[in-house]
Design a protein around this ligand. Sequence first.
Ligand SMILES: C[S@@+](CC[C@H](N)C(=O)[O-])C[C@H]1O[C@@H](n2cnc3c(N)ncnc32)[C@H](O)[C@@H]1O
Length: 250
Amino acid sequence: MAATDQAMKRVWEESFAEQIARQAYNTAPAEAVIRTVSYYLRDRAEHGVAPAGMQFLEMGCGAGPNLLWLAQKGIAVSGVDVAPTALGLARETLERNGYGKQIGQLLEASVSAVPLADASFDGIVESCVFQHLGRADREAAFREVARLLKPGGVFVGYMLDAGHTIYRMKAGQDLPDDPGTLVLQDGKSKVYLSNIGVSHFFRREEYESLLAGFRVIDPCLTTYYIPKAEAAKRGYTEYLQSMWTVYAVK
Ligand SMILES: C[S@@+](CC[C@H](N)C(=O)[O-])C[C@H]1O[C@@H](n2cnc3c(N)ncnc32)[C@H](O)[C@@H]1O
């Protein structure tokens, strides 16, 4: 594993230790992922169940809520993550819910260098992962998406947009060689974005080059204010989530 991946592993292992202690790790599939993968499956699944043999990969699978939802649709699921604790939680979640047989591979690896064969997957999902990569790793992760997908396969990504409250508050503090990227370190809880380190806030035009060669590239923007009480917990009076859901077909 590269030095940057080792550093990321430390950050995320620390984050998961805190998330487990506070019972705060994510157990809910991302609504954007469900909605968008559902569009893709609508033409292919019967009664909401995917055709036999369909394989999806989640890059940065965390504790596995998206994998569980995909498995419930009949899909064979694989995940990569830098944090072994996350992979353990993902396996436990899938097995406890009766989907152990649908697990392909759960691998400790970086999304920027996935040790799996070309054109292995019908679908790839990433949710709140690519946004935490520095420029070189981010570009490599998108190249891995293109390499790992079968022709006609779908990529669904869920990532920060430059209209997000945190980016708007810190505009001008971008890394000089990577516009849109901040290093967020407020010294508080690693459960929240504001202390998670490198965070990239995407702009629509970036996807054309990051996903060059894809037949369909359709970034959809969702914005919503989180409840004031939750914003206050994070130290904000008002907190706008502004997120891209990227739907792309190779
Ligand atoms: C915000 S969590 C999201 C987890 C999951 N996708 C979800 O939606 O619940 C980010 C996840 O990405 C993983 N991660 C961060 N950088 C990574 C990298 N370079 N390669 C693989 N996994 C990474 C972390 O360990 C963590 O599990």
